[in-house]
Design a protein around this ligand. Structure first.
Ligand code: AVI
Length: 314
């Protein structure tokens, strides 16, 4: 995941102040991902309860030939939020004729590290990192082979962390940035048994709870705040009506917290809404993308928990 620790403090200050002044207090989930948060998320992906990463890997492994065929050769592969790029390796291994790989990430340091490693492993592929927040407008580099087909890779069901309006803005933005005949390989988590969903966000070891609380530690450090993480408890549940897992931090007592110059009052039991993770049916997702993309192919894991979908720009 992206490391937002390098994000500019004044933007963070503004977004945090805005979120905490709402009647349902909220914080932007991107602020989970400082160095510690990225590390905790990495740990989450290995948890038994967190089926998403395991299922996505299974789908990639079981269908890699067919996926590679769809992507084709002489292609520009653009990965959004490239993170540790381990999923990319499955693709890079299989796509022997890949011309250009463009990892897009907000964390320059993280990106440069993984790019220098990938360059050693795949010397024939031209790897051009782009430092950008892919939720806002960014420019793709003009390459020698600018007539290559562009394929966007957006794994992990990160699209689920956008609310439907943000998801539409994201799709519109990516469609605008890429060429007419571009395609997208995207990971989308599916609706399923509530117990399975809720367990994935309430693991026994409490790693997700630490991940959730880390947003407060990040804010303490970055914005001179004094949240006491012991006075908040992790809560995650499936909101069936909205079709999403919600994560909250619930104040265990009436308390005051200072964030920079602001004093924030919490009632006992009052929560900060820290994340949404939307789950889609195949039909709902097809409808969501329909203004810009058609769904060409859907691969799922054995249990139908997760999907990898191949989209084509309309
Ligand atoms: C990154 N994203 C897809 C994860 C999710 O499942 O929504 C973030 C996460 N939050 C709690 N656990 C994992």
């Amino acid at each position: 995941m992206e490391d937002y620790s390098s994000v500019d403090d004044s933007l963070m200050q503004k977004e945090v102040a805005e979120g905490l002044s709402k009647s349902q207090k909220q914080l932007p989930s991107k602020y989970f991902y400082d160095e510690k948060g990225s590390d905790l998320f990495e740990q989450i992906t290995h948890l038994n309860e967190y089926y998403l990463t395991r299922c996505e890997k299974e789908i990639l492994q079981n269908n890699i030939k067919e996926i590679a065929e769809r992507i084709g050769s002489d292609v520009m592969l653009i990965e959004l939020g490239s993170g540790s790029s381990y999923k990319t390796r499955y693709l890079l291994e299989e796509l022997s004729d890949l011309s250009t790989y463009i990892p897009v990430d907000i964390s320059e340091e993280y990106l440069l590290k993984s790019v220098s490693q990938l360059r050693l492993e795949y010397p024939k592929i031209s790897i051009i990192p782009v430092f950008a927040d892919y939720t806002s407008h960014f420019k793709l580099p003009i390459t020698e082979g600018s007539r290559q087909k562009q394929v966007v890779f957006f794994p992990g069901s990160t699209i689920g962390n956008f609310d439907p309006k943000e998801a539409l803005e994201f799709l519109e933005n990516i469609a605008a940035i890429t060429d007419e005949n571009s395609e997208m390989l995207i990971g989308v988590d599916l609706k399923k048994d509530v117990n399975v969903l809720e367990a994935a966000y309430n693991d026994d070891q409490g790693i997700t709870a630490r991940f959730n609380k880390n947003i407060l530690t990040h804010i303490n450090r970055q914005l001179e705040a004094n949240f006491n993480t012991e006075k908040f408890r992790h809560e995650a549940f499936y909101n069936k009506e909205a079709g999403r897992i919600e994560m909250h931090l619930v104040s265990t007592e009436k308390q005051m917290v200072s964030v920079g110059d602001n004093e924030i009052a919490f009632e006992e039991g009052e929560s900060i809404h820290t994340e949404n993770s939307y789950k889609y049916s195949l039909e709902e997702f097809e409808e969501l993308v329909a203004d810009w993309y058609s769904v060409e192919k859907v691969w799922t894991d054995e249990k139908n928990y997760f999907s990898l979908q191949y989209l084509k720009k309309k």
